[in-house]
Ligand binder design. Structure first.
Ligand code: NAD
Ligand code: ISE
Length: 320
């Protein structure tokens, strides 16, 4: 069965996912797209023989659309994810699931009320071979004690501000830490070390985030978004009986290069799971937990204090 897909948001990653769903993933066809920039939507639609529709709601309501991909700006995600749930359609939402924890919770509640999993969040690092091998290796190395992580981007646009280093960038580590350890982050702290001269007035860069998990694993994460030299993601996990780190892929320039294969695997799995009627990827609960942790980390940076991460109890609907 071919899954007929509607895409809301035909910007940078939206167009990349349309290409992926058209050229890489079997069993998928992009049939409708939209963007507030109608010309952009028309161009993206013409490239794959899809229809350009006026709004996201039109795409979701279209009877020819089986499943929806949301790749518009973060603040618009909640509205479209909720509309897809209301329409009973599967929805893949790029990170963030929503820009507030309260909106993530509304999505979690709406999905539970619908009675089945419909939402997947685009935490694509879980599909990266390096992280998958790390997760496998951890099972033979005894208790995890420490993680050392770095997330460096060559540069960011001038509108990028200090909170975005957490909300837009560190969220990938927040999710992958939870996934690797199968536990939640319990506290967050942020240290602002010596700054690059290339930072902007409204951007602290680099920032060092310190997390403790429920079991006491200590994690340090350097986020350095104007590092100039390349796109560099590092992660080392130190256990009682050894350490494991991500392989070095050499000098790269963007997240598209670094995680291209992970995006391909992520969408291949998503389409198969939609066909099977059984989603298995990152859940709306993961989107909520990351949002709460990210909010606590923002508060920690603003106040200079260590802030506790307080999640609601995980509903049985999302498994253990
Ligand atoms: P972008 O600005 O290039 O594209 C977003 C598009 O959404 C724009 O074309 C904009 O006109 C459109 N849009 C905004 N509001 C809309 C609405 N209400 N209805 C329809 N279209 C609307 O941004 P991008 O880099 O493509 O990022 C999009 C999303 O993907 C963001 O949430 C971002 O965080 C996420 N993202 C994820 C990764 C990743 O590594 N997983 C990488 C980049 C971006
Ligand atoms: C961007 O939005 C992403 O999601 C990338 O994966 C990340 O590396 C980058 O820092 C973000 O701005």
């Amino acid at each position: 069965m071919t899954v007929h897909i509607g895409v809301v948001g035909t910007g940078m990653i939206g167009r990349d996912h349309i290409r992926r769903l058209t050229d890489v993933v079997a069993g998928a066809e992009v049939v409708a797209v939209t963007d507030v920039d109608a010309e952009l939507a028309r161009e993206a639609a013409a490239g794959v023989g899809a229809r350009a529709l006026p709004t996201g709601q039109d795409v979701i309501d279209d009877p020819g659309v089986d499943a929806v991909v949301v790749t518009s700006w973060g603040p618009t995600h909640a509205e479209y994810v909720l509309a897809a749930i209301a329409a009973g359609k599967y929805v893949f939402c790029e990170k963030p699931l929503a820009t507030t924890a309260a909106d993530c919770l509304r999505i979690v509640e709406a999905e539970q009320a619908s009675g089945r999993r419909l939402v997947q969040v685009g935490f694509m690092r879980r599909y990266d071979v390096g992280y998958q091998e790390m997760k496998q290796a951890l099972s033979g190395l005894g208790p995890v004690l420490l993680m050392h992580c770095a997330h460096r981007n060559p540069s960011v646009p001038t509108e990028y501000h200090s909170d975005m280093a957490i909300q837009d960038t560190a969220v990938h580590e927040i999710d992958i830490i939870r996934w690797l350890l199968d536990e939640e982050i319990a506290t967050a702290q942020v240290v602002v070390p010596k700054q690059t001269t290339r930072k902007f007035e409204h951007l602290r860069d680099p920032q060092v985030m310190l997390f403790d998990t429920e079991s006491g694993v200590r994690i340090d994460l350097e986020v350095f978004v104007n590092c100039q030299y390349g796109y560099d993601v590092r992660h080392e996990t130190v256990c009682e009986a050894g350490a494991v780190r991500l392989p070095d892929p050499g000098l790269l320039h963007s997240w598209k290069q670094r995680f291209g294969a992970a995006f391909d695997t992520e969408f291949t799995e998503w389409v198969s799971s939609v066909q099977a009627g059984n989603l298995v990827g990152p859940t709306a609960w993961d989107g909520y937990a990351v949002a709460v942790t990210s909010d606590a980390t923002v508060e920690a940076r603003r106040t200079g204090k260590t802030v506790s991460v307080r999640l609601k109890d995980r509903p049985a609907f999302y498994g253990s």
